[in-house]
Design a protein around this ligand. Structure first.
Ligand code: NAD
Length: 373
């Protein structure tokens, strides 16, 4: 498989240039680039720069709007219902998190219901933001306008990939961050696989006849002849993780992030371009108002105990939520972000459509690029 390694600073600058050329203010373009590259650094390529062509298409179509802020629909000292006005998730998402942080710091607990946000990307970034402020946080997300996942026992799509994130600060150490899609794999991972990246597990998708498979064409339809993937075109569906339990969690994400926010639940996707928004119901908790000073020590002690479990495979280790991402981040900050040649091509094509010249890659300018099997 042909894979490129792109240094983080060069990739981030190139992505920011693309969003600037597409009409975003420079600070917003840099923020979008920061969060997309952050997802790649965490190892979640599905929510990284692979999304650029789609984000630019949505921007051109008016499905996502630059320069937006939150509208506060309803508020008390411990809660807020906010509307993201179809602004970039990378802009309205952090604003909603900061509102939750401010309220929880003042009152111990806060719930923020965000509706109509542009794609929020990797939710773990928001858990990490709250943890950096010393807060525990829980985030339940749905995707209005996107229907990709079959419920347990069904073959027809009824949910989206509805991620859940729970994050916990650890003073002096990286936070604990549990952050996953409730589908067997995130849709973006099927996108990565469809573009020559890592294949998805063989039990990730289900066909209309109930056949279980790892074939991305069940989601996108025929893959040949185009790099553009449209999830309305496939005859099948993603599967929920964890059988009835993951399916139930995905259902409850729709209730919390779709119904409680007053936004929209997942439903049949209209023909034509897929214009999704995210809903996110978040709870922020200041440990100082609960276990208090003993909380951090209790977390450390228990985390050590969990990690001390004898590895199932000799030579391996038990990892805590967030540890795989921390390790991947350290490796990619050092070696660059790996992208399939096909994914890089789609980003360069998007840049070219906006009149930009992609940065040159090659040994001569310090890049490592080549065949990595
Ligand atoms: P995943 O299956 O890789 O699971 C990631 C979680 O599992 C992390 O908390 C990680 O620390 C933990 N983990 C992974 N390997 C582990 C191990 N060996 N031991 C212990 N813990 C381990 O993630 P995913 O389901 O593919 O989701 C990818 C990303 O997609 C997430 O960041 C999610 O927020 C994002 N997402 C976003 C949307 C959206 O609409 N915005 C939709 C779906 C998913």
């Amino acid at each position: 498989m042909n894979e490129l390694r792109i240094p983080v600073s060069r990739l981030t600058a190139f992505i920011a240039d693309i969003f600037t050329a597409a009409g975003c203010a420079r600070d917003e373009a840099e923020r979008i680039a920061h969060y997309l590259v952050s997802a790649n650094l965490a190892g979640h390529d599905s929510h990284g720069v692979i999304r650029v062509p789609r984000y630019i298409a949505w921007l051109k179509e008016g499905a996502v709007k630059p320069g937006q802020t939150l509208t506060i629909v309803n508020e008390s000292p411990t809660h807020a219902l906010v509307d993201g006005n179809r602004g970039f998730g990378q802009t309205v998402g952090p604003l909603a998190v900061d509102l939750g942080i401010e309220k929880a710091k003042a009152h111990g607990l806060a719930a923020i219901a965000l509706r109509r946000a542009g794609h929020l990307g990797r939710i773990g970034d928001f858990g990490e933001r709250a943890a950096a402020a010393g807060l525990v946080s829980l985030h339940f997300v749905n995707v209005a306008g996107g229907e990709l996942v079959a419920p347990f026992g069904g073959v027809e799509r009824r949910f989206s990939t509805n991620p859940v994130c729970i994050a916990c600060p650890r003073p002096g150490a990286e936070p604990l961050v549990l952050d996953f899609a409730t589908s067997r794999v995130a849709e973006g991972k099927v996108l990565v696989a469809s573009q020559g990246g890592k294949p998805v597990p063989e039990d990730s998708l289900i066909g209309p006849d109930g056949t279980i498979s790892g074939d991305p064409s069940l989601l996108y339809g025929p893959l040949e002849g185009t790099l553009v993937r449209d999830a309305t075109k496939g005859p099948g569906a993603l599967r929920a993780f964890g059988e009835h339990k993951g399916s139930g969690l995905a259902f409850m994400c729709e209730i919390l992030a779709g119904c409680l926010t007053g936004g929209a639940t997942s439903g049949p996707m209209p023909a034509g371009p897929r214009h999704i928004t995210n809903g996110m119901f978040s709870i922020y908790i200041d440990p100082q108002h609960f276990a208090g000073a003993g909380f951090a020590a209790a977390v450390e002690s228990y985390a050590r105990y969990v990690k001390s479990s004898r590895p199932a495979t000799p030579g391996s280790e038990v990892l805590l939520p967030g540890e795989p991402e921390q390790r991947r981040r350290a490796e990619r900050l050092r070696d660059g972000v790996p992208l399939s040649a096909m994914t890089w091509q789609t980003i360069c094509d998007t840049a070219a459509s906006l009149g930009l010249t992609p940065p040159a890659l090659g040994e001569d300018n310090g890049e490592r690029a080549g065949d990595r099997g």
